[in-house]
Write a protein that binds this ligand. Structure first.
Ligand code: ZN
Length: 167
């Protein structure tokens, strides 16, 4: 037995409680009333500006972390919207503002996400910016659990928890 406190390191599975607010104090996201967020540390599963701040924390530690857009979802690009004709969508698809859509670049084959901002008679307005692009993020985080990852988890780069196993 060692009384040295376990701290968050590369390849740990870390559970955090968090509340995310913008610079006006509006709550964007929170684990309150839900399960803590469990992630594999050191595998880019969190935005870089938050993940780096969690390194070295112990269970029970709390921290306020402010992350600039450059270390979160990037700066907001102007004129990054496009109108997609309504008939490009399957007729049974419910498209609503706030939805993320996957688009494929027909030239490169690259798949990327766009975000629906508006439905107009002539089509669906999508924005190539992430909704949090250009936003400074404030996290109140508390580490509530740390465990070593399994070799499978490290190989896959994500957490395997009951009922949440994606491949
Ligand atoms: Zn897996």
């Amino acid at each position: 037995m060692s009384d040295e406190k376990k701290t968050v390191q590369q390849d740990d599975v870390v559970s955090i409680d968090y509340t995310l607010t913008d610079s006006q104090g509006n709550v964007i996201d929170s684990s309150e009333g839900a399960e803590p967020l469990e992630y594999l540390h050191g595998h880019n599963n969190l935005i870089p500006g938050l993940e780096s701040e969690l390194t070295g924390m112990s269970v029970g530690d709390e921290k306020q972390v402010t992350v600039a857009p450059e270390d979160a979802y990037g700066p907001r690009q102007e004129d990054a919207t496009q109108i997609i004709p309504t008939d490009a969508f399957p007729p049974d698809m419910q498209v609503e503002p706030g939805m993320a859509l996957e688009m494929r670049d027909t030239t490169t084959g690259q798949v990327f996400e766009v975000y629906v901002t508006e439905i107009r008679p002539e089509g669906v307005v999508v924005d190539f910016n992430h909704p949090l692009a250009g936003v400074t993020l404030n996290f109140d985080v508390k580490v509530v659990g740390i465990r070593p990852a399994t070799p499978d988890e490290i190989a896959h780069g994500h957490v395997h928890s009951a009922g949440h196993h994606h491949h």
